[in-house]
Design a binder for this molecule. Structure first.
Ligand SMILES: *Cc1c(COP(=O)(O)O)cnc(C)c1O
Length: 243
């Protein structure tokens, strides 16, 4: 059975039915991979969506939201103060060094760390009143469409340096592979990230997080060991164009 999705990744209907469809896909992929249903977390990617859409998915039971643009995220956080105690904010977009303080103060997770300088600033700027910032290193696996991400050959040195920073908790790796057609082609870059993760753990790190897989390829990512899938379009529908 091919569980990759040739059909449209956005099912018809309202938020509740789209969310149900994504959870159904995740459960099927976990079953195929022989992994428990709770092995994979759903990170709702709410970039360009209004605060009201986050509130709607929060009411439907979702607790983890991913944002790409710092100022946009801060604006939405300011609109949703009542959700703060029960909502975990993840930064998944590129971070400039002059914006690290805001990120260190406002987010729970940053998935997109790809340079030591950024990690050092986040560690220095993480408020002492908060738990350490949870971070993933973004890796530029082969065929990655974005220019962000540490090259695989530079990953071990970066990972060991970041793991030693006091106010960060290095959790794992993240990637954004180029879009690929077909289940096997989609699996290849996820398998590559998994191999890098296994190697770092064999070297003594204690990573537990693989942030990989999006609307179009979440099944392939789950089969290769994803622990977060980052899903936008399949939950919220096509994104409004950013002004
Ligand atoms: C937009 C985005 C996603 C979600 O992509 P969809 O294809 O809409 O599910 C996931 N991860 C990152 C880093 C993104 O920028």
């Amino acid at each position: 059975m091919a569980i990759s999705s040739p059909f449209s990744i956005v099912s018809a209907g309202n938020a509740a039915s789209r969310l149900h469809a994504v959870h159904t896909r995740l459960r099927a992929a976990c079953a195929q991979a022989g992994r428990p249903d709770n092995a994979v977390g759903l990170l709702c990617v709410s970039k360009t969506q209004p605060a009201a859409a986050i509130r709607e998915f929060h009411q439907l039971g979702e607790r983890h939201f991913g944002e790409n643009y710092l100022q946009e995220a801060l604006d939405k956080m300011a609109e949703l103060p009542d959700l703060r105690p029960t909502l975990t904010w993840h930064l998944i977009g590129p971070l400039q060094s002059n914006k690290t303080r805001l990120a260190a103060e406002a987010f729970d997770w940053v998935h997109s760390v790809d340079r030591l300088k950024i990690a050092q600033r986040l560690s220095e700027q993480r408020p002492p009143t908060k738990v350490p910032l949870q971070v993933c290193l973004q890796v530029n696996v082969s065929g990655e469409s974005s220019k962000s991400g540490v090259p695989p050959q530079e990953l071990p040195a970066l990972a060991h340096a970041v793991a030693a920073l006091p106010r960060l908790k290095l959790r794992g790796l993240m990637s954004i592979p180029a879009p690929a057609e077909g289940f096997e082609a989609q699996r290849a870059p996820h398998r590559q990230l998994r191999a890098l993760f296994d190697r770092l753990n064999a070297e003594g790190l204690a990573l537990d997080t693989l942030s990989m897989g999006m609307s179009a390829d979440l099944e392939a990512a789950v089969v290769e060991g994803a622990t977060w899938v980052r899903v936008g379009t399949a939950l919220f529908g096509e994104r409004p164009q950013k002004a």
